[in-house]
Each structure stands twice: as C-alpha cells, then as structure tokens.
Design a protein around this ligand. Structure first.
Ligand SMILES: [Zn+2]
Ligand SMILES: [Zn+2]
Length: 424
C-alpha cells in the first residue's frame, strides 16, 4: 500500500470524454429536478427518476426505499478490486424561489403543518444530476473498472420533518454502507462562495457539528407590579442568554477550534403586567471537535441551571444532537488532492476555511474514510463574496459547474480504486 501521488488512472481520458458527451443530459436532469423540488423524506418523484436511470444503466443492484426514499446502486466492475462509495443528497428546502428561470420552481408543499414554497436552494438538484452522470460514465466503462462503486442517493439532508427519522444516519442503519462495505466515500457540495471552475477542500474538521438547544426557565407567575410575590423567569432568561455568551468566550480553549452558541428564539409572557410562569428559548450549538462538543453541552447545561438556581427558578435544558463534525480524513484528502488538481487544474483547487454550517455526510465519515469537497457555481462577473448564498431564494447555479462535478467524482472513484491507498 503506498500513498504516492496518483497522476492518472487507466480510464482518465475515457472518463473525461464520456462526461463531456453527457453534459447536456446532466444539465437537463438538473433542470427537471429543479422544476420539481421535493422536501426531505418526500423525494418520491426524484427517487423514481434516479432508480429508473440506475436500472436502465444495468447496475448490479438497485435498492429503493432506503431510509424512506433513498436509492442505493451498486456497480461491480469487470476487474476485481475494492469498493468506493459516492453520495448525493436529493432534498429541497421550504424556500419560495425568486430566480427568473424558465425551469424555476413553482412547487409548494406542507412543512410542519404550513404551506410553503419549495426550492432547490441548496443545490441538491445538481448533486443528484451529477451523481446520475457519474453512474452513467462509470457504467459505460464497467468492463475495465477495477472494483465496485456504490452510488448513494440520500433523502432529507436538510433534516426530516419534525417527528420523523431520516437522512444519512438512517441510510446507514438500513445498510447503505454494507454489502459491499466501501473503503472510502466521496461527496461534493456546490457553493456560491467559490467561482465557477474552482474546487474547495479542507483536511480534517471542515464543517461544524450542529445540535439543537432548548431551555425552559420555570418561574412562578405573579402580578407585574409585585415581582417579590413570584419568581421572574424573564429576568432569569435574560441572565441565562448573557451567561451563555461566556461559555465560548471564557470557558473553552479557542486556540483549539472555534465554536458557536446561539439563542435564536425566546418566548414568554402574554401581557405587560403579568410576570409569566415560564420562558422558553431555543438555540444552536456548533463545534469542530467531538470532545469540545460534549464539553460545551455540559457547560451550557450547568450554566443555565446554575444561573436559574441563583434566581430560585427551575430550569430544563434539552440538547438534541443532530449532525456530527464533518471531518475529512487527512491522509485520504492528501492522497486525493492530485486527482482534484488534475481534474480542475492545479491553480483552481483551493484550501477553504472552516464552515460553521453542517452536513450529515459526517455520519458516513464516522464509519468510512471520507472526503467532502466544494464545487464553485458562481459565474464569471459575479463576486462570490456577494452572490446569493446557498439557502437564499435567489441562489443560482452556473450549470457549467456540473461537468466538473461529474469528472471530479468519477476520477476520484477510479483513482481510489486503482491506487491501493488504504487506511485499515
Ligand atoms: Zn443546505
Ligand atoms: Zn446542502
């Protein structure tokens, strides 16, 4: 097993030619998904299009209904070898599109009881179309492909609706990484923060863990004119909000990794002259290290409870773990950098800063060495710093980025399969 840089695989030129020849169709698929976006765990149409495509390509196995609407395809190459997994997410967001395009979304849906517009505002339409393209390219080369490729089309990356399970974790629970078990996994995300043609990467912790925080301060209701007859949860909640600011600023080693504690909602009281019984707050906690994550959870809980106790109020703290830290395997990242540089051009592969957003690709990376990288979609002439970000109703994709996505994932898969890089 060697870690020497990979200059090319035996299929490099054929992969690029095949990708080029299907570029127009990949763009058509993306436009079709863009016009028909579906929310998490509701990707019925998208999954049907994907499954039909994989079956038509003659993949050795196509499993549907994985974690509700997920699709897993397995392509066994004509030459024996290892297994690599590639992942795309399929879900859209409850966002009403404001982009003027012939294939703009007019879709609506019900989300947690409300009627909302639906839009591929995070670009998962491009991810799905790209991976369909990669499947077609590699299926066309299967006789000469060394090893197997698992194609994972995942639902509900943006979290399932309240009260439902879903996403990467559930796909793993339902066997997406078993039979065959991959030795590496690759995934990409389009981003408006990088210009067209540029690939962004980062070894190690890359995207944050994301956990939901909910705090209820229990006081005792009384007349607003006679606060001494009760326990005021509003003043206590205010102290808790301010106190929580000191967890990151005073209590954790900021030279190790950054972290964020944000209170996003605060709710309590019904009128000006009543001190209410309780106040509810909700927030989010972001970290780049699993130990710091647990430590911050413990400190947030302790501080909220201790501040409340100081006011003779009760306090219930509930932290729900959502996504772990997205950690790119450092040696895998280093080993695959030459592939990205060869594919995009060396000067177009850039090291990107950490991102406090999160990704459930992290669950796959907990089990298999993985690399998650970024593909720029902002057209020339637009400043990526001011372009509408992912999740904006004005998020836009320069579709010339799709070809780079197809080539990058297909080349990574083949380079990995032919390289003999191993980490076990
Ligand atoms: Zn998103
Ligand atoms: Zn996304």
């Amino acid at each position: 097993m060697s870690d020497s840089p990979i200059l090319a695989n035996s299929l490099t030129a054929r992969i690029d030619a095949a990708a080029q020849s299907i570029e127009a169709r990949v763009i058509d698929w993306r436009r079709d998904f863009h016009a028909h976006p579906e929310l998490g765990n509701r990707e019925f149409r998208t999954a049907a299009v994907v499954a039909e495509h994989l079956r038509r390509l003659g993949l050795d196995e196509v499993r549907t209904g994985v974690a509700h609407t997920g699709v897993v395809g397995v392509l066994v190459g004509g030459r024996p070898g290892r297994v690599v997994a590639l992942r795309a997410d399929m879900d859209a967001l409850p966002v009403t599109e404001e982009v003027d395009l012939p294939f703009a979304s007019k879709a609506t849906a019900t989300w947690n009881g409300e009627t909302v517009g639906v839009m591929h505002a995070c670009g998962h339409d491009t991810h799905t179309a790209i991976l369909m393209g990669v499947a077609e390219v590699l299926a066309g080369l299967r006789a000469d492909l060394r090893g197997s490729v698992t194609f994972i089309f995942q639902p509900a990356e943006e979290l399932p609706p309240e009260g439902e399970d879903g996403g990467a974790k559930m796909m793993i629970d339902e066997g997406a990484l078993a039979n065959p078990k991959p030795q590496a996994i690759f995934g990409l995300h389009v981003t408006s923060r990088l210009p067209l043609g540029v690939i962004g990467y980062r070894p190690g912790p890359t995207m944050a863990s994301a956990d939901n925080l909910s705090i209820t301060v229990h006081g005792r209701q009384t007349h607003g004119a006679m606060p001494w007859l009760g326990v005021d949860p509003i003043v206590t909640a205010a102290q808790v909000v301010l106190g929580l600011q000191t967890v990151v600023s005073r209590q954790v080693d900021l030279t190790r990794e950054p972290a964020v504690v944000t209170i996003g909602t605060i709710r309590g009281g019904v009128r000006e002259n009543i001190i209410p019984e309780s106040v509810e707050m909700r927030g989010t906690i972001r970290t780049f290290d699993e130990e710091m994550r647990d430590d911050i959870h413990e400190r947030v809980t302790y501080l909220a409870e201790a501040i409340s106790r100081g006011s003779r109020a009760g306090c219930t703290v509930c932290i729900r773990k959502n996504y772990p830290v997205t950690v790119n395997h450092p040696r895998l990242t280093e080993a695959m950098l030459p592939t990205l540089r060869r594919t995009a051009g060396a000067e177009r592969v850039v090291l990107v800063p950490k991102i406090t957003g999160s990704e459930d690709f992290s669950f796959f990376q907990q089990l298999v060495p993985g690399l998650f990288f970024f593909v720029g979609v902002t057209p020339p002439g637009t400043d990526p710093a001011t372009a509408a970000p992912n999740h904006s109703p004005r998020f836009q994709v320069d579709e010339r980025s799709l070809l780079l996505g197809v080539r990058a994932l297909a080349q990574l898969a083949c380079d990995f399969l032919e390289s003999g890089i191993g980490f076990e």
